[in-house]
Design a protein around this ligand. Sequence first.
Ligand SMILES: CC(C)(COP(=O)(O)OP(=O)(O)OC[C@H]1O[C@@H](n2cnc3c(N)ncnc32)[C@H](O)[C@@H]1OP(=O)(O)O)[C@@H](O)C(=O)NCCC(=O)NCCS
Length: 224
Amino acid sequence: MASVVATLPLLGLRITAGPIELRGVTDDLLLPLAEVASAGIHDADFMPFSVAWSLTPPHEMPLTVAQYHWGQRARFSPARWSADFAVIYVGELVGSQGISTEDYLITRTGETGSWLARRYQGKGIGTAMRQVICAFAIDHLNAEQITSGAFTDNLASLAVSRKCGYTDNGQATKVRMGKRATLRRIVLEPANLVRYSHELTVEGLPEFRRSIGLDQPAVSRESE
Ligand SMILES: CC(C)(COP(=O)(O)OP(=O)(O)OC[C@H]1O[C@@H](n2cnc3c(N)ncnc32)[C@H](O)[C@@H]1OP(=O)(O)O)[C@@H](O)C(=O)NCCC(=O)NCCS
C-alpha cells in the first residue's frame, strides 16, 4: 500500500476530529461504501442528487461506487481534483464527504458534497463532517472560499449548510430525474465557518499538498 499512497497521496489522507474520521477511499473501502449506500440514503420519492446514482440496484452498486472513485483517481491532477472521503463515526462507516475543485492554485475554491446512510441521519453527523472538511480545506489547504449547492426541497442539506456558516449565493436551474429543478447555491467565507467542537488531526498532509501543486519548490534563478 505504501507505493499506492506515494503515487496518489489522497489515498493516505486521514482527517480525525473527535468521533469523526475522514479517510481516503482505498480499494478495501469500496465494497463497504457500496453496502452502506445500498442500505438507503433517501426516501423513494425524493432525489437529492443531480445524477441519480443512489437508485442503482444493490447488485450493481459495488461497480458504480468503484468506477466513480477509480474515475476520480484517474483524472486527479492539480488542475482538477476531487477528494472524496469515507466517513467513519465512532469506528463505523456511515457515508462519504468530499470536496472537488478546478484550477485550485488560482481559485482557492472547492465545492463540498456528501451523503450518509439514512439510519445515520438526523444525529448531527452530517453537520460535523461538513465542519471537518471545511476546516481541513481552510486551515490545511489554504482555501479562500467553499461552495455547495442543494435542491430547494433538500431541507436537511440546506440546514447543515446554514449551521456551518454558508450563506446564499444565488440559484441555478438543473435537470433532476428528467425534470426541471432549482438548485440553491451557497458559499462559505472562511471567517464565517462555524467550527466543530473537536480539533483536527491530519495524517498524510505534506504529501497531499504537494500532489495538488501546493508547496512546490521555488524555481532557482540560476536555472532560468
Ligand atoms: C444532507 C445530510 C448529509 C445531512 O446529514 P445529517 O446527519 O442528517 O444532518 P444533521 O443531523 O447534522 O443536521 C440536519 C439538520 O437538518 C434539519 N432537517 C432535517 N430534515 C429537515 C426537514 N425536513 N426540514 C427542515 N429541517 C430539516 C435538522 O433539523 C437538522 O438541523 P438542526 O440540528 O438545526 O435541527 C443527510 O441528510 C443526507 O445524507 N441526505 C441525503 C443525501 C444528501 O442530501 N446529500 C447532500 C446533497 S446536496
